[in-house]
Design a binder for this molecule. Structure first.
Ligand SMILES: Cc1cc2nc3c(=O)[nH]c(=O)nc-3n(C[C@H](O)[C@H](O)[C@H](O)COP(=O)(O)OP(=O)(O)OC[C@H]3O[C@@H](n4cnc5c(N)ncnc54)[C@H](O)[C@@H]3O)c2cc1C
Ligand code: SF4
Ligand code: SF4
Length: 440
């Protein structure tokens, strides 16, 4: 009976996809069951998202689950306590892969007016910025704005905890989720690790310990997962807690993350142990800092083969649903700072008034804005993840690269015109040249 109902919800969902229904209505496939006692949503989530390899790892299903059904293993949820499911449907409702965010999200987020969208999400104003606090700037990835916002908010009491990530001391390019409760903890979490770091797992700890108000730092998939949790139309206590207590969401621009195999490859290529790669910054190429003070560069193209396949299923580059979006986008020592909401505006103004930042107009780096629009377009114009092929199907055509799966995006074509890139031509057998043949 339980299984039948889950299958029925799945059939309903697929019917909506096949009929070309408005994607904002897809959620009714499961929401219509809620008042009838729900269904075993964990099975639906595993079959539609996790097993087909479409999970982007945002951890929203795990942190919203009121009965702790999931563990987080290898960048995705594992339904270790499947039978504990209480049919609340929250995990499915919070998953950004199953559907686009609700149309009333901009109102819920309280965008600051007048709000415009130049192609990288709604925003009120944007500047290039860097912090004047040298101790933060020295640790920051770009202009240290993310850490400055977090530390200033903590010092003024605007938040008691900040969900960030921290580096693994033996492999500093890999990170783990951390709930920072002191400015010192925020500071050590600074810089970017271009691998996948599930910051939002720390939300559970914050809720369990009642640490609030909270700020959250995350890449766009995590920002979307947080918003889906806060504003889920299934109004249960967990969602309510996040809605009330997360007061600032800071989003980092993100083209894609990379796998740990990429770090292994880099360490080997540089001839150093992984723990000696202290920082990587991507500015058209990889700019690498080593523990002994050396600085190296490597081609981004070569590193690109380690892009995380799951990132194909992500539609957001500029953290469109954050209160503040931040990125380094071709800048050196400055952060491209986009203020989107009232909460973002309040946090930003507090930083400005305290004299913690200096700013420049966007016109001083016109190429950065152009690039931001272009990279955002590639992600937002893709077909929605539910309509994309599964990991296995991509494997079969020989293309797991999230950045070069579709073609046509450069021209800004619409999703229906997009085509997967053809599989690479079979490698020709190397035939010996005449001169080789004559060499003994
Ligand atoms: C995986 C990844 C991909 C990115 N891709 C782009 C891009 O394509 N274009 C672009 O312009 N900018 C990108 N960024 C953002 C950029 O690297 C900087 O984070 C941003 O400019 C803010 O710099 P800052 O000096 O203000 O931040 P800082 O003050 O240094 O603070 C950085 C914050 O990021 C958090 N963090 C570090 N690594 C991760 C991670 N893997 N996942 C989640 N949080 C993390 C830290 O905990 C810290 O709170 C990316 C960041 C990440 C993590
Ligand atoms: S994408 Fe996020 S919410 Fe969806 S299954 Fe994966 S971790 Fe869970
Ligand atoms: S590309 Fe998307 S899914 Fe991948 S890490 Fe960045 S925000 Fe997450």
């Amino acid at each position: 009976m339980t299984q039948d109902l889950t299958k029925e919800v799945q059939r309903r969902y697929h019917r909506l996809l096949e009929e070309g229904a408005n994607p904002n209505e897809w959620a009714y496939a499961w929401r219509s069951e809620y008042n009838r006692g729900g269904f075993k949503a964990v099975d639906f989530l595993m079959e539609e998202v996790v097993n087909p390899g479409k999970c982007i790892g945002c951890a929203a299903c795990l942190t919203i689950c009121p009965v702790d059904v999931f563990d987080y293993v290898n960048e995705k949820p594992q339904d270790s306590r499947n039978s504990a499911c209480v049919f609340c449907e929250l995990c499915v409702d919070a998953c950004p892969v199953l559907r686009p965010t609700d149309t009333d999200l901009p109102r819920q987020m309280q965008l600051r007016e007048p709000s415009i969208d130049d192609g990288f999400g709604p925003y009120a104003y944007a500047v290039l910025a860097r912090t004047t606090r040298e101790y933060i700037l020295n640790e920051g990835q770009d202009g240290g704005i993310c850490s400055a916002l977090a530390i200033h908010g903590m010092q003024t009491g605007a938040f008691k905890g900040v969900v960030v990530g921290n580096e693994d001391p033996d492999n500093p390019q890999m990170g783990y989720a951390q709930l920072a409760t002191t400015p010192e903890e925020v500071l050590v979490s600074a810089r970017s690790r271009y691998s996948y770091q599930p910051n939002t797992l720390a939300l559970v700890e914050a809720m369990e310990q009642g640490i609030a108000p909270l700020a959250v730092v995350g890449v766009p998939c995590q920002v979307d997962g947080v918003r889906q949790q806060q504003f889920s139309s299934i109004r249960l206590d967990v969602a309510e807690w996040y809605r009330k207590n997360i007061v600032l969401v800071i989003g980092l621009f993100c083209s894609e993350a990379f796998t740990e195999a990429g770090i292994d490859w880099l360490a080997e290529d540089l001839g150093v142990p992984k723990r000696d790669i202290t920082n990587i910054n991507i500015k058209g190429r990889l700019e690498i800092k080593l523990r002994d003070g050396r600085e190296e560069t490597r081609s981004l193209k070569a590193f690109g083969k380690f892009a995380r396949p799951a990132c194909l299923y992500c539609m957001d580059y500029a953290a469109d649903n954050a209160d503040i979006g931040l990125g380094g986008i071709g800048l050196n020592g400055w952060t491209f700072t986009v203020i989107r909401t009232e909460a973002g505006h309040r946090a930003w103004q507090a930083l400005l008034e305290a004299g913690w930042v200096e700013t420049k107009e966007l016109d001083e780096a016109p190429k950065s804005k152009e690039l931001l629009v272009r990279l955002s377009r590639y992600k937002r114009n893709r077909p929605l993840p539910a309509l994309m092929p599964t990991h296995l199907e991509r494997e079969a055509i020989g293309n797991l690269d999230p950045k070069h799966y579709y073609r046509g995006w450069e021209d800004g074509c619409s999703a229906k015109d997009w085509r997967p890139l053809p599989p690479p031509p079979p490698k020709k057998k190397k035939t010996k040249s005449k001169s080789e043949e004559s060499t003994p």
